[in-house]
Design a protein around this ligand. Structure first.
Ligand code: FE2
Length: 381
């Protein structure tokens, strides 16, 4: 499947532009982590020399060894092994064959196994399913439908980017318009490096995202996730009180433009999770630019406060790291975790497929904040 993706990628303007740098044998740009990690790992020289040196370093032999700790669970007659990736977030679910154990033709959100997975997902916020590479793209869509309504490439259907600017090198999947293919190779490397939740510049950002790894580097390219409950709990009380009264402006990139307008949305800086009722810190470096003007936060305070909030991102205690293998699917809760790719895998290929998932319950799609103890209904618009 990857070969077809790269054959298609070679026709896109971003690839043609990136490939020119490769044709000139120039090292990948150090202004991105992919280039700076490659420079740090190699003894320099031409691009081809660097790629050869790193490939030799990464010529690894596969073998399983060591001990894996897990919780056993039997659900709908299936023996599962639940391996925590870290104490607070992330669980790898072993023993599940999505195509065999779920009725993909009947995406029943009330099926015993789906209810179990959804409950686990709300607790752990990131689920990983290994060994699902036999699923077709269409079957991945059918799997996602058990958890919510499959969204467009960036969630809400009303938003159809038609930007003249090129956003990385994302490719549409033929016949599956809702899917975004995220390829990276030696000639045109790229990865969504930087903490963010997907498409929070939308009025109703996608509840969840699902990512399938079609081709994994031998090492590197992990996706890291950060717990937004932990980010909130880690703030001093006075900061929480201040932040709870503020909203923040989330701005998309030029590549997300629609009809010449860069999309932006205002969301509460503290967000109530509409299913668990818990508070998350809903501020991230990826898309949050400032607090909303209406609050008139003095510039000096705004600068310090945003920095304080963003410094919560990526603390080791709040994060887990998912090492991809071909056929790994991850499902995460954009309302309660941030994520970032680890852009350290050049010159290897990394080929991913992404779907966004919207809450079945439309009333829960728009972010809101209700102080703990106050029962507030999620706004309906
Ligand atoms: Fe993302």
């Amino acid at each position: 499947m990857s070969e077809a993706i790269y054959a298609e990628l070679k026709n896109t303007p971003a690839y043609v532009r990136g490939a020119e740098r490769a044709r000139q044998n120039k090292a990948p740009s150090r202004s991105t982590p992919l280039g700076s990690v490659a420079a740090a790992r190699s003894s320099g020289g031409s691009r081809r020399d660097m790629a050869e040196e790193l490939r030799a370093q990464d010529d690894l032999t596969a073998e399983r060894f060591g001990t894996v700790y897990y919780k056993p669970a039997t659900v709908a007659g299936i023996d599962l092994k639940l391996e925590p990736l870290q104490p607070s977030i992330g669980t790898a679910v072993h023993g599940l064959d999505v195509a065999e154990h779920l009725d993909l033709d009947d995406p029943d959100p009330n099926a015993e196994l789906v209810v179990f997975l959804r409950t686990l997902w709300l607790q752990r916020r990131v689920l990983a399913f290994r060994g699902q590479g036999h699923l077709s793209r269409q079957q991945m869509v059918q799997f996602a439908r058990h958890f919510g309504e499959v969204g467009a490439q960036y969630g809400e259907r009303q938003h159809k980017p038609n930007s003249p600017h090129i956003l990385g090198h994302q490719v549409a999947a033929p016949g599956i318009p809702d899917m975004l293919i995220l390829p990276s190779d030696e000639a045109v490397p790229g990865a969504a490096s930087g903490w963010h939740a997907d498409a929070t510049w939308q009025q109703r950002p996608p509840m969840a995202s699902m990512l399938m790894c079609r081709e994994a580097p031998p090492i590197g390219g992990d996706t890291c996730f950060c717990d937004c409950y932990g980010m909130w709990e880690g703030l001093p009380r006075e900061t929480k009180e201040r932040v709870a009264s503020l909203t923040a402006v989330h701005v998309g990139n030029v590549g997300h433009q629609m009809d010449g307008k860069t999309p932006a949305s205002v969301h509460p800086a503290a967000r109530t999770h509409p299913e668990t009722g818990r508070t998350t810190l809903y501020v991230q470096q990826g898309f949050v630019r400032k607090f909303a003007d209406e609050h008139e936060v003095p510039e000096d305070e705004a600068h310090k406060l945003l920095l304080q909030l963003k410094l919560q991102e990526g603390r080791p205690e709040y994060t887990c790291r998912l090492r991809w293998q071909e056929g790994t699917i991850a499902l995460w809760d954009n309302r309660a975790v941030l994520h970032t790719a680890s852009a350290d895998f050049w010159p290897h290929r990394r080929t991913m497929e992404r779907l966004t998932i919207l809450d079945f319950n439309e009333a829960r799609r728009k972010p809101y904040y209700a102080p703990p103890g106050e029962t507030a209904e999620a706004p309906s618009d």
